[in-house]
Design a protein around this ligand. Structure first.
Ligand SMILES: [Cu+2]
Length: 107
């Protein structure tokens, strides 16, 4: 093995390691007045991107102890994400459509 190849191999390993250690992001769609996933398990540090795929406004909020937030209301095609920093059960709702609910288990 020559020195150039060794350096390249080491750099490739470091890039793969860094990518593997990166926290995950899951996309959840809001479509037909519902969340595309009713329940989801993620790890502390992961994020969820909520994308509005309906031709009208949706909101995303949670009042749970493990994550309390309000992403506001936004239109079709827009997406907002939340990073979950605490373990626990998070109930997520839409203030515009009270029937829209999903549960995230943060582990
Ligand atoms: Cu909604």
């Amino acid at each position: 093995m020559n020195a150039v190849f060794k350096t390249f191999a080491l750099a490739s390993f470091l890039v793969m390691f860094a990518a593997g250690a990166h926290a995950g992001e899951t996309v959840v769609s809001q479509k037909n007045k519902d969340f595309s996933q009713k329940s989801l398990k993620i790890k502390v540090g992961d994020s969820i991107a909520f994308r509005n795929d309906d031709p009208f406004f949706h909101n995303v909020f949670s009042l749970s102890d493990a994550a309390s937030f309000d992403l506001g209301s936004y239109a079709q095609g827009q997406s907002k994400s939340v990073t979950f920093k605490k373990a626990g059960t998070v109930e997520i709702e839409c203030s515009i459509h009270p029937n829209m609910k999903m549960v995230v288990e943060v582990q």
